[in-house]
Design a protein around this ligand. Structure first.
Ligand SMILES: Cc1cc2nc3c(=O)[nH]c(=O)nc-3n(C[C@H](O)[C@H](O)[C@H](O)COP(=O)(O)O)c2cc1C
Length: 169
């Protein structure tokens, strides 16, 4: 069960033990991802599970902020299908982000560590497309690197009163 303690304990983990993630844990991460809310319950997501060391290395080569993929035993690429969630109510970014967040929290619950790797820059999207063979009508949204943690980070809330507005701004 993911509770408040798991939410506060979730930190970006970028160092991993050289131990593969068990198949049942990969399945649990994907079940958690697909339990996410989505606009109109359209579920416009697809997930590419990458365990091949050569492919992980190519993703790391291509991404200036994704170098932890040289060590990570697993990467889940979260992709959106715009045709499933078309304009004017297109929510693929939000829906795929919700799914990604669930992967991060499920990782904590399973004793794994993970980090979100953004694909905002067009070059990163292009790189992910080429390396992972993603069709032109599908949009890679982000990567999540996962592994058994080889670093410890403190839980924290980042609670900040100045960001809270009551009733009106
Ligand atoms: C949209 C988004 C993109 C991110 N991209 C990267 C990235 O490319 N590489 C990386 O190492 N961390 C990335 N992060 C992780 C953030 O750096 C991290 O969440 C932030 O520093 C706060 O630390 P914490 O996750 O430990 O709370 C990303 C996080 C989000 C939400």
């Amino acid at each position: 069960m993911v509770g408040l303690q798991e939410i506060f304990a979730r930190r970006s983990i970028r160092k991993y033990a050289s131990k593969p993630v068990r198949d049942e844990d990969v399945k649990a991460l994907l079940e958690a991802a697909m339990a996410a809310p989505s606009g109109g319950n359209r579920k416009p997501w697809h997930f590419i599970v990458v365990r091949d060391r050569g492919t992980l290395n190519r993703l790391a080569d291509d991404h200036p902020y994704g170098k932890m993929l040289y060590e990570a035993p697993l990467c889940i690429a979260v992709c959106g299908d715009p045709a499933v969630s078309p304009p004017p109510r297109q929510f693929i970014a939000q829906d795929c982000s919700a799914a990604s967040m669930n992967i991060l929290h499920a990782a904590v619950a399973l004793g794994l560590g993970a980090v979100w790797i953004g694909l905002a820059h067009p070059d990163r999207v292009k790189g992910a497309r080429e390396i992972l063979g993603i069709p032109g009508d599908i949009v890679p949204q982000n990567l999540v690197a996962v592994g058994y943690p080889a670093e410890v980070k403190e839980p924290r809330t980042q609670y900040d009163e100045t960001r809270i507005h009551h009733e009106r701004w």
